[in-house]
Design a protein around this ligand. Sequence first.
Ligand SMILES: C[S@@+](CC[C@H](N)C(=O)[O-])C[C@H]1O[C@@H](n2cnc3c(N)ncnc32)[C@H](O)[C@@H]1O
Length: 277
Amino acid sequence: MKVFHPPKDAIEAAVLKLKKDGVVHPNASFNFEAKSDLRREVTYRDYDLQIRLSNSPNEESIIDTAREMLVSLNLISKDANYSIKAFESFRSEIKEKFTGSWTSITPVMERLLYMLTAVKKPMRMVELGSFWGNTLAWFSGPCIGSHREYTADRIYGVDIDVKMTELAKKNFAKLSNSESVELIGEDAAKALSNIEGPIDFLYLEAKDDNCVNGYLQFLQQAFDKLPSGAWVIAHDSTHHDHKDELKSYLEWVRNKNNFSESISFDIDQFGMELSIK
Ligand SMILES: C[S@@+](CC[C@H](N)C(=O)[O-])C[C@H]1O[C@@H](n2cnc3c(N)ncnc32)[C@H](O)[C@@H]1O
């Protein structure tokens, strides 16, 4: 059998394109000497590796380790935890009852979001960019549904897309104990001016072609309503597509004058930043 491989310069051009597209790390190199089919070095920031991390048989232990990190930073007590059984039941319920389109929330991120709320137990939560309610469900999971672990005061989901907000309403109507969820179909800036504080959990994902720097703008607008110790989450914080638009946001939340701590959860190809006021 004969095999034709494209010439070296063609392969190098393809590798360059992979780097440009953020699929492999800028330092990765094609190993022309490699035996068999092992032809490139894998680094942590290799997109293909991250995709596999996002849907991992080790999902539970990844999230346990993330929880232990929060304990070690004194952000939660060592007994704060989530119920694995309640999460599994909630996940089945959401997969069965919710309808919507693709989003960038991966399985490991679903569990991380659920765990974060379970260990923090916020009372007033706000999501900006709630779409059809997918992320809102994952982080509000511990306080809604038939296996809820605690009761929150209010959970707001805001999205400029009125149709998607209607779909989110239909989705949450299928869950028990979801009376605390309020879905608002309007611009985040307008909705934020009407939502009363304190907001002890703010989830940011309002973005599209007309709203590229919304994360920082909305965070600064909400800042005075966030009490000391409030948690702010920004999704897609490590994805190459959002690198430029999130640069100033990440600088701001990592500045100790604004937040006491900021942690990048580099657990899948999208990532999220948790900042503690
Ligand atoms: C990537 S989607 C969010 C995905 C979602 N969090 C999920 O469940 O996976 C971004 C959302 O931000 C919304 N959006 C964009 N600009 C907005 C604004 N100014 N105010 C509120 N929502 C906005 C879009 O309508 C879109 O639904």
